[in-house]
Design a protein around this ligand. Structure first.
Ligand code: BES
Ligand code: MN
Ligand code: MN
Length: 462
């Protein structure tokens, strides 16, 4: 693997330009207006896998957007790495908060990324991180250094819940058979502090509607005499947390895993600067569940958050009105052992009970998934750890993340393989936000580190 650095040096301009071309296609899976672009992105990924050296690549149709599947099997007795990633991206809005257009990638330097970062929707989540794997694979094939078999499964519906991928995985267990699943769709602690993600939170996402009178009413003629659905919804939502910021849904914490004092002490060793965290967000202070640190609140503890709330008059000026309906979208981040179907049911039953007479409540579940936690003594983890040691000169820190990739727990259940999450993004890369970016240094460091994982994984599997 000595020449990986030289290979990157010789080809980095092309690596960056290829990623920029991919980022120009607006593959927003949530918005049907971009349907053709999402399909075009699948085709672009297919081509890139063929050019990089896959023997076969197929764009597999689903009920939704296709899954790009490619493979290079060099010997049946060698281990097989299954790379998963997604080519779809989050919607870019609010558009006016972008400093440069989301689908016209630009390289700009920032204090965290003095050597430049690519600004575009999907730069970090996940086109940039997915494409690192394609380029690392290209290096191994072209330089005759591929030590094992590789399968790629790149989907186009991660940002909308991966429902069709779940069907695909269940139907193609044989074809997807592998020894480890490798994903770069998470982050690391800092440029000089590599980390490996050992946990992901689960998710239950619901939408609620409170309905009062059968039409919008004059707020003077009727105000005070009928339940105002927006007032009621606000009250109901406010009651979901108590004064200690514990969630009040009965049974919500029943299956939450309590970490031992030793495990929490180990977690607390990860470098974290509270002042820097607060000042990066321009907040006077953090806020959350009593009895837990910031790093615990956003990783080992479950949450409930309103993601959007609307109803009534929100236009210019004032309109005196009591709306007939009020709505909110609510996400609950879950920890391992909490079952997302069960939590959705608990939420629904509790929320319906909360409603006073005079309004009706409808709870509609959207999507969800199980959390994930993986041990640090598996072959995959040890191989990843050695790969980072080689390229960063430091042992990576295991870290549970607050984000979710619901398909990961399903991979383990269906394919019986562990997932290794080698993320190269930073929290400050603004994924899902305006001005998302991915450091050029991180992109190239990822390409450099991945081939070492393949080598160590193959060696440790013997
Ligand atoms: N790549 C993210 C998840 C992520 C980011 C995990 C950083 C850990 C660290 C993924 O694309 C994502 O956004 N997932 C969604 C869930 C999905 C069901 C929409 C999420 O976490 O909100
Ligand atoms: Mn992602
Ligand atoms: Mn995402």
């Amino acid at each position: 693997m000595e020449n990986i650095k030289r290979y990157i040096d010789q080809h980095k301009e092309r690596f960056i330009n290829e990623l920029i071309a991919l980022l120009k296609i607006p593959s927003v899976s949530a918005d049907p207006a971009y349907a053709q672009d999402v399909l075009d992105t699948a085709t672009a990924v297919e081509k890139s896998l063929l050019v990089a050296g896959c023997d076969s690549v197929e764009v597999c149709e689903t009920e939704g957007y296709p899954i790009v599947y490619g493979a290079k099997i060099i010997h049946p007795n060698l281990p097989t790495v299954l790379v998963y990633g997604h080519y779809d991206v989050q919607p870019p809005d609010p558009m006016d908060l972008w400093d440069s257009p989301p689908f016209e990638p630009q390289i700009k330097s920032t204090p965290t990324h003095p050597e430049g970062a690519i600004f575009a929707r999907g730069a970090c989540d996940d086109k940039g991180q997915m494409y690192m794997h394609v380029k690392a694979f290209e290096f191994m094939v072209k330089q005759n250094q591929l030590p094992c078999n590789v399968k790629f499964m790149i989907e186009g519906e991660e940002e909308v819940g991966s429902e069709n991928l779940a069907v695909f995985v269940a139907e193609h267990k044989e074809r997807l058979n592998c020894d480890v699943i490798l994903i770069s769709d998470t982050g690391m602690i800092a440029q000089d502090t590599p980390s490996i993600t050992t946990g992901l939170r689960g998710l239950s996402y619901v939408e609620v509607t409170v309905t009062g009178p059968n039409r919008d009413l004059h707020s003077g003629l009727y105000g005070g005499a009928v339940a105002n659905p927006i007032n009621i919804l606000s009250k109901m939502i406010a009651s979901l947390h108590d004064e200690n910021n514990h969630i009040t849904i009965p049974g919500f914490y029943d299956k939450v895993e309590e970490l031992s004092a030793a495990e929490r002490a180990e977690m607390a060793k990860a470098p974290f600067n509270l002042e820097a965290y607060e000042s990066a967000l321009d907040i006077a202070s953090v806020y959350g569940e009593k009895g837990y640190t910031t790093n615990e609140r956003n990783s080992i503890r479950p949450t409930l958050d309103v993601n959007g709330i609307w109803g009534g008059y929100t236009g210019e000026g004032a309109k005196t009105v009591i709306a007939s309906k009020a709505h909110a979208k609510i996400s609950m981040r879950l920890v391992p052992h909490q079952d997302w179907h069960e939590i959705t049911e608990l939420f629904k039953a509790h929320f319906e009970r909360l409603a006073p007479s005079g309004v009706t409540v409808a709870v509609t579940p959207h999507h969800g998934g199980q959390g994930y936690v993986t041990p640090i003594d598996s072959i995959g983890y040890r191989a990843a750890s050695k790969a980072y040691e080689t390229t960063f000169g430091k042992t990576p820190i295991p870290q549970r993340s607050g984000g979710s990739i619901p398909i990961v727990s399903l991979f383990e259940k269906e394919l019986k393989s562990k997932t290794i999450l080698m993320g190269f993004g930073l929290d400050s890369d603004a994924i899902h936000s305006p001005n998302e970016h991915f450091g050029v240094w991180n992109y190239l460091k990822g390409i450099e580190t991945i081939p070492h994982f393949y080598k160590y994984f193959t060696e440790l599997s013997k």
